[in-house]
Design a protein around this ligand. Structure first.
Ligand SMILES: [Zn+2]
Length: 327
């Protein structure tokens, strides 16, 4: 989901793919969703494909009141912080970079790192918004038990949320694909600056055209002279510690997220169109277990037919209202 939709690179060829085809990564096959036993007895009938119940804010408040809530967030919660949601209703389909592209193509990696080197600084400066802060208040009030986020921007942590699972990784860390060593993105930035003196400044002139993607990517055309860094310990290929399309979310992380959902009374999805299975599987599991699912998102989501309640609304305004009503 991290997808630097690579506007200038291959997009022509791949643009014909459907949104659905682009959005479903091989990282999380649907079969994993049913790998663990349901906590409900087999005699309990599965929710019989409930038609989506489009609700009001009051309906959501009524459903959440007195219940412990696990929250799943997507790019929609960060849009108010200035990080665009490429899957929002007003956004064109993006062509996510795949893990295979990153690993298999040195030129692609150079291009990627050049853009990332500019873009990550933008994410670094981004501040949490009212939606992030509201989730902190709801956690403090004992309403929210934890947050699973598909975002890599760390804005939940910055806001003060304590129990956060960064499902798709985090932008501030880099991992060596060969030896597994993890370093900070800030440390890598120093190295890249040393290897590419003046690079960031050289593209600053076109900064108005730089498009910032959710994974700290930025669109820059001239990157062929960029020198990427390799692992200081073993010379291996470095990759942001972010889960790409075609890559698995680490199993331990998935299990923790499933446990967080199972431990709560309700699953609240905020600002995600649930286009990737890595997030949708939590909705499927909750629905299968008879756990209420509430979705707050602008536009349709892939989980709408599994939701107990769907609220087509913005995240900041809705979460702020939930604080007023519940915290
Ligand atoms: Zn290494």
């Amino acid at each position: 989901m991290t997808a630097p939709g690579d506007a200038g690179h291959r997009s022509g060829r791949r643009a014909r793919r459907t949104v659905e085809g682009v959005s479903v990564p091989s990282s999380a096959p649907p079969s994993t969703a049913s790998a663990k036993p349901s906590r409900t007895p087999a005699t309990t009938p599965a929710p019989a494909g409930p038609s989506t119940s489009t609700g009001t804010l009051d309906d959501v408040v009524d459903l959440l009141r007195g219940r412990r809530v696990a929250v799943l967030t997507g790019a929609g919660i960060s849009t108010d912080s200035g990080i665009p949601d490429y899957r929002g209703p007003d956004s064109p389909p993006r062509n996510p970079m795949t893990y295979q592209q990153f690993v298999g193509d040195e030129a692609f990696r150079r291009h990627y790192w050049a853009r990332n080197h500019v873009g990550w600084r933008h994410v670094h400066r981004t501040l949490p918004n009212a939606g992030h802060r509201a989730l902190v208040q709801l956690e403090d009030a004992g309403v929210v038990t934890g947050v699973i986020t598909q975002n890599v921007d760390l804005l939940h942590e910055d806001a003060g949320s304590r129990n956060v699972i960064d499902l798709h990784g985090r932008y501030d860390r880099v991992i060596c694909l060969q030896c597994g060593r993890v370093i900070s993105r800030a440390h890598l930035a120093d190295r890249l600056d040393a290897l590419n003196p003046g690079f960031v400044e050289s593209v600053a002139g076109s900064v108005a055209d730089i498009e910032i993607a959710p994974d700290a990517d930025a669109v820059i055309e001239q990157t062929s002279h960029f020198v990427p860094a390799s692992c200081e310990a073993c010379g291996g290929v470095l990759k942001p510690e972010i889960v790409y399309f075609g890559e698995n979310v680490p199993r331990e992380r998935v299990d923790r997220a499933f446990a967080l959902v199972a431990d709560a009374d309700v699953l609240l999805v905020v600002g995600s169109s649930l286009t990737v299975m890595s997030g949708l599987r939590f909705v499927r599991r909750a629905a299968k277990d008879g756990q209420p699912v509430v979705i707050v998102n602008r536009g349709a989501t892939r989980g709408d037919d599994l939701a107990t309640l769907k609220l087509d609304a913005g995240t900041s305004e809705t979460l702020t209202a939930l604080v007023d009503a519940l915290a």
